[in-house]
Design a binder for this molecule. Structure first.
Ligand SMILES: [Zn+2]
Length: 195
């Protein structure tokens, strides 16, 4: 059984620093269609953040839906030999915390969602590589294709790579340690009403 990490709205998200020295986006310009211009997160740039509200969980979401964790959580993950992630240091610009924050970068993968999820490529631009997928269907959600899953405790899928999936083992660890700031949902509960 798999679960997906969702932000717990009781804990406010943290912001990216507006310092001129911090630019985590790679700008992609389409040679054909100006509307395809976009910024893509450069995963090799360590995040600089501002904490605007003091309340913080053990899991912290950024306004761009990245996941950060505290030292405490990092130690628990390590002690349990969890797989499918690496940690990148996070710099807090506007506050002094008495612990470190780490960005949870997911390296595990389950490839494309199972075909029964009904997610297809809606639009693909051969000039800039832009790829738009059909929305996740309400009532079906994302069906993880176990044949494509690499067995990691943390993993993403190709089509919606910002969704972080976890195994039952991680769920137990989150619950047993009473880690806050995150809600666990069934992948079948994901999705939007067709509009
Ligand atoms: Zn394009």
């Amino acid at each position: 059984m798999f679960y997906e990490l969702e932000k717990d709205d009781k804990y406010p998200s943290v912001w990216y620093s507006d310092s001129d020295d911090f630019d985590p986006f790679i700008s992609i310009k389409c040679p054909k269609y100006p509307g395809h211009q976009r910024g893509v997160r450069d995963i090799n740039v360590n995040l600089w953040i501002d904490i605007k509200k003091p309340k913080m969980g053990d899991f912290v979401s950024t306004v761009y839906s990245d996941w950060l964790i505290t030292d405490h959580v990092a130690e628990i993950f390590k002690a349990n030999n969890l797989t499918g992630y690496r940690l990148q240091p996070v710099k807090v610009c506007n506050k002094k915390l008495d612990f470190n924050l780490w960005e949870l970068i997911i390296t595990g993968s389950a490839g494309k969602a199972h075909p029964d999820s009904g997610i297809y490529v809606k639009e693909h631009c051969e000039y800039c590589g832009s790829m738009i997928y059909s929305p996740i269907k309400k009532g079906i959600g994302i069906i993880v294709d176990e044949a494509r899953w690499d067995g990691s405790d943390f993993f993403t899928i190709t089509e919606y790579y910002k969704y972080v999936f976890i195994t039952e083992k991680v769920k137990k660890i989150i619950e047993e340690n009473n880690l806050r700031g995150v809600r666990l949902v069934w992948p079948s509960e994901l999705g939007f009403d067709e509009s």
